[in-house]
Design a binder for this molecule. Sequence first.
Ligand SMILES: *Cc1c(COP(=O)(O)O)cnc(C)c1O
Length: 498
Amino acid sequence: MSELSQDKKRSQVAPPKLIFESGSPGRSAVDWPSEVSDVGELIPASLLRDDIPGFPELGELEAVRHFTCISQRNFAIESQFYPLGSCTMKYNPKINEAVARLAGFAEIHPLAPTKLLQGALALLYDLEKMLAEISGMESVSLQPSAGAQGELTGLMLIRAYLGERGNPRQKIIVPDTAHGTNPASSTLCGYDVIQISSNARGVIDVAAVEKVMGDDVAAVMITNPNTLGLFETNIEAIAATVHQKGGMVYLDGANLNALMGIAKPGHMGVDVLHMNLHKTFSTPHGGGGPGAGPVAVKAQLRDYLPVPRIVQNGEQFQLQEDCPKSVGRVRSYLGNFGVLVRAYTYILSLGGDGLEAASRMALLNANYIRKRLAKAYQIAYDQPCMHECIFTDRVQHKNGVSTLDIAKRLLDYGYHPPTIYFPLVVSGALMIEPTETETPETLDGFIDAMLAIAQEAKDDPEMVKSAPHSTPVGRLDEARAARKPVLRWEPGSSGGDS
Ligand SMILES: *Cc1c(COP(=O)(O)O)cnc(C)c1O
């Protein structure tokens, strides 16, 4: 709790102010040369405004302090534990950044002739091979820039493949434990979604798939491990059923952090999958930064992959555009190159054994939290989990304390809350993904905070329900913040209302 009182103190010492509320008229961080009496002599009149309403006037130190303080309000994996389920907020080693910033990578022009891009192409070619090896698939395209774009691309491949055989079909089967992007991608690709339910153990039964699998179904789209953090144990039998009826198996491999070196989706009957390099393969993400969601396919889908393909011709790497069956480009150039360099560096620096150790540690950490929190929180599915564990607010709800309250109270203890109210199949879900990069001490600190909150929920529920108490703003009206965001400061507005 000493951390908490520290935080309280800090927010009292420096209440957040808008830059427009700081400074004083006439103050400036710039000096004109003394011989200049009129700035019009330095700047063309056409570029000068008569007046900028509400323009903040600050000295240099005030401006620096303002922005430094704001930057310290950021929540980052480099400052605090970030157990946001499904997002794999692991620490991203600095060597990835160092390599991505090498001039030979950072400064190449994407339109340079291929003979000047040989190093970059070799890296991309090798990365495709590494990802194929890790996932147990045959071929990879690095073009898609996010998991969801990888899903769309993968479904486009299925549509093209089935279409060429006479019928692209109309439907995709999506379990209720799939990531929310799966039904969205299916719809975007022109398919109708058939939702099926997971069983009492949180996984899909073959019978549930058999019941809806017909010759109008193009594919089943399975997240494995699923969003309950559970391994889909029936996946091979499900794949056999789907294949027998002429459909394909799409695997959402965004959660590959649980599987590296342990299990390969390619060995489970999967035809196409995507991987989230910005999660498992260590690119900083969150807040909408750049990502990469490569798709990996079995041989029968290879010809449909996006162009250009990177091919090796003797010692030379070339870009092959002439692929008549290809679904075409899905983005500009060759993908989010900086992210791809980071993933390549990450894989090489860990090596096969290191990747496996990372996954095993991610599983261990999640199960450690699951076990230690079980005495205070209800576990959604009481069995060993993969890389994340899911609790509910059932116990705390008896005292009127909800998942949202617990999440907000965690902010007072200095932790980023877990993912909440997802997956939808679990009422009041708290989805905790610690990742492999945290020490036992950090996990214990987080667990102690969760246990303390469970105790508060019994002894002083109001304390939890009115949290957070130590942050610059309390509880926002989330609906209003989303519907009517205040994005522009207007002169005369207080700013405190947002
Ligand atoms: C994160 C995630 C996605 C979506 O990835 P984006 O890069 O955010 O588009 C899809 N499926 C699963 C299981 C995920 O965890």
